[in-house]
Structure formats: structure tokens, C-alpha cells
Design a protein around this ligand. Structure first.
Ligand code: NAD
Length: 366
């Protein structure tokens, strides 16, 4: 069953939802004492243990949290596969308010749940989870990455994610404009959090005209002050006269409404699951002659960073060298999509699935 069909089975049985995207295992974690409610989604472990961050979010409903973890963990499978990493796809979500609930006991209890999976799932940071939180989780399990560099970890993966996204954007510019220079290009960045702020830094340093938006006035004024980027309203970003739109907040911002408003030639950003409906909106962008850099491909820098840590003996230099491959893979995908007359998202998924199938078969043979 395809990703976009997940919406249709939301109302169906629990196993209906879990099987919709082909998940191996979904674990519900609950602790009365700390109020912990978390879901760990293990999508595919053909290439190796499932590795993916934990997101903490005040979901309106439990079903929303389940949908999110299912979509995100599937994305991790494809991200690892297309990046050439020997790990599978997983993700965890914690339901609740990150500003009030994240006590030491809460995080360590979550760490114990991860430990109980015996290494089938490894965690890292995602939205609302910081390096310090990984330290607490790491007190209860060794299946954790994203630890500070002082503890032998790779630290915050966001700068590497931003670097990979920047390279993916440049590769897409090369495909669309014939050269990858971003100087003078008008670029709208939605979300100047951990990744967005580093991305804006790369872009302004290259001489791009950057427009930023965020819920947080504080982050906006800090980033605008440091980089000279111009602040625009949260809704105005979609109507902006821009060359490139870079979604770096939450997912599903490419939908019927927003795509019809976009006037750019390129969409290239770090947010996961940017296409509200992978099939429909991938083709809708294509019909509007907007070239889309598949999110799970160009935002893989953070995963590369935690993968390096997972392998042991973390090296920043090796991490950045590996992240540089994003440029050539992105160009390859855009060329394949053009030749096959498919959406870039579909071309990227096909390549990822091929690697999983090929390596899966290899593992079966003796
Ligand atoms: P973050 O929470 O630090 O930043 C997200 C920012 O988006 C925040 O500043 C938030 O206020 C803002 N935001 C939320 N909703 C918004 C809206 N409607 N309009 C404008 N701004 C809005 O998270 P992050 O780590 O920077 O991650 C950003 C995205 O990139 C997420 O989708 C995440 O899953 C994805 N991603 C992050 C990494 C990483 O290394 N951190 C790796 C891969 C993918």
C-alpha cells in the first residue's frame, strides 16, 4: 500500500494502520509515574537496526501521533537506503509538552523502553529533543546517538543536516539553472530552528537574498540580526516572489493550497514529509514546472552524523565528506526523474527500494 493511502486507513483497525506502510513493529510505551506516552515505529530492518530520532510534540490526538511515527519511520528507511547507509528505518514520538514534561526520570524511563528492544531501534534527537536529553536517555541504554562530542558522540546533527540540504539545493539549482550558484537567488526559508538557522547562514554567506518566517519572533530577530535575512509573515511565505522555497519547519506544507500559490522554480528544504500526499503533490509540483529535491534525500546529513556515531569512533571530517555525496545523488535522481517522466520523489523511492531489495537478497544467499 502506498504512503498516500495511509490517510484512508486512519479510521481502520490498529493493524490496518500499522500494515499500511509495511511496518515491522510498533511499540507503545507508557509509564504512569512520569506520564510518559511514546510510540516507537520500526519500519524496516533489512539493511540494519532501525535508527531514527525521537520527536516530542503536543499531538492533538493519539491517532495523529501514530500517523506521524508511521510516516516518519518509513521516511528513515528510505533516507538510510538512498544514502548508502547500513541501517534500517525507525522513529519515535513522545506525546506531550516538551517545555514542561521532560524531566530526568521521564527521559530515563523512555531510555529503558528503548533498551528493552535490545538494539533493534537506536534513537537520536528530533524536534524538541536536544543533546542533553540524549544524555539522560543514554543513562539507561547504549542504543542512543546524538550524544555530545565530549562524550564521544557526534553532537547536534543539525549543522550537518543544514549542510546537506544546502548541497541538495545547489544540485537542484544546477539542474534547473545550469549552474549551482545561489548568489542573488531569492530564497524563502520556512522555520529557522536548529536546521533552518544554519541553512540561512550558508545561503546568506553565498550572497542569496533570503526571506525567513517562523512562529517564534525571538528566533526570527536573532537570525535576521546575524545574517541580514528579511522577515516575512507565516502565510506570506507561500505567495512570495522567490526562486527557491525551503521548508524547514514541520511536514505537509506542500499541499493543494500552497502548491497553487507557489511561484518558485525549486523546492528544496530540510523538513521531513513535505508532501502532504506523496503521489499527488509530487506530480502537482511537476505539472507546475517546480523541481522538487526529495526531502529524505537532501536532509540526510543529520542521519549521516548519527550513523557515524553509531559505527563508533566518530569523525567530523568523515561525516562531512559523506554528506557531500548528497549533491551527486540529488542530481542523479533529478536526471532519472526527467528521463523516466516521473516525479523526483517517486524516482528517489524507487532507488531506495532497489537497494533494500538488492541487499536483502544478498543477505539471504550464502
Ligand atoms: P526545530 O524545532 O529546531 O525548528 C523548527 C522551527 O520551525 C521552529 O523554530 C518552529 O518555531 C518553526 N515552525 C513550526 N511551525 C512553523 C510554521 N507553521 N511556520 C513557520 N515556522 C514554523 O527543528 P529542526 O531540528 O530545525 O528540524 C526542522 C525540520 O527538519 C523538521 O521537519 C525535522 O524533522 C527535519 N529534520 C531535522 C534534522 C536535524 O538534524 N535536526 C534532520 C533531518 C530532518
Amino acid at each position: 500500500m502506498e504512503f498516500n493511502e495511509l490517510e484512508k486507513v486512519k479510521e481502520s483497525t490498529l493493524f490496518g494502520q500499522v500494515s499500511a506502510l509495511g511496518h515491522e513493529q510498533v511499540v507503545f510505551c507508557h509509564d504512569q509515574a512520569t506520564g510518559l506516552k511514546a510510540i516507537i515505529g520500526i519500519h524496516n530492518t533489512v539493511l540494519g537496526p532501525a535508527l531514527g530520532g525521537t520527536r516530542m510534540w503536543n499531538y492533538a490526538t493519539e491517532n495523529e501521533a501514530l500517523t506521524d511515527v508511521l510516516r516518519l519511520s518509513r521516511g528513515m528507511t528510505y533516507k538510510a537506503a538512498i544514502t548508502g547507509l547500513n541501517i534500517g528505518g525507525g522513529k519515535a514520538v513522545i506525546i506531550g509538552d516538551a517545555s514542561t514534561m521532560k524531566t530526568e526520570a521521564f527521559l530515563r524511563r523512555f531510555g529503558k523502553f528503548i533498551d528493552s528492544l535490545g538494539g533493534k531501534y537506536w534513537t537520536a534527537e528530533d524536534v524538541n529533543m536536544k543533546t542533553r536529553d540524549m544524555e539522560f536517555i543514554g543513562m539507561e541504554t547504549r542504543y542512543v546517538t546524538g550524544l555530545p562530542q565530549t562524550m564521544g558522540g557526534g553532537g547536534d546533527p543539525s549543522p550537518v543536516t543544514a549542510y546537506g540540504t544546502y548541497l541538495g539545493m545547489k544540485a537542484t539549482a544546477k539542474k534547473v539553472y545550469g549552474n549551482d550558484g545561489l548568489e542573488g537567488k531569492k530564497i524563502g526559508v520556512q522555520g529557522v530552528g536548529q536546521v533552518g538557522m544554519y541553512l540561512v547562514d550558508h545561503l546568506t554567506k553565498e550572497g542569496a537574498k533570503v526571506f525567513i518566517t517562523d512562529i517564534s519572533e525571538e528566533k526570527l530577530s536573532a537570525v535576521a540580526g546575524e545574517t541580514g535575512a528579511k522577515v516575512v509573515g507565516m502565510e506570506d511565505i507561500y505567495d512570495l516572489d522567490m526562486d527557491i522555497y525551503a521548508p524547514c519547519a514541520l511536514g505537509a506544507t506542500l499541499n493543494d493550497d500552497t502548491i497553487s500559490r507557489l511561484k518558485c522554480q525549486i523546492v528544496a528544504g530540510a523538513a521531513n514529509n513535505q508532501l502532504a500526499d506523496e503521489q499527488k503533490h509530487g506530480y502537482m509540483l511537476m505539472d507546475k514546472s517546480i523541481t522538487y529535491a526529495p526531502d529524505f534525500l537532501i536532509n540526510a546529513g543529520g542521519l549521516i552524523n548519527v550513523y557515524e556515531e553509531y559505527l563508533g569512533d566518530y569523525s567530523e571530517k568523515r561525516t562531512y565528506t559523506m554528506a557531500e555525496n548528497i549533491y551527486s545523488t540529488c542530481l542523479e535522481i533529478l536526471n532519472t526523474a526527467e528521463n523516466d517522466k516521473t516525479s523526483s520523489q517517486e524516482a528517489a523511492i524507487k532507488l531506495a527500494e532497489k537497494r533494500i531489495d538488492d541487499i536483502g537478497r544478498l543477505k539471504l544467499s550464502r
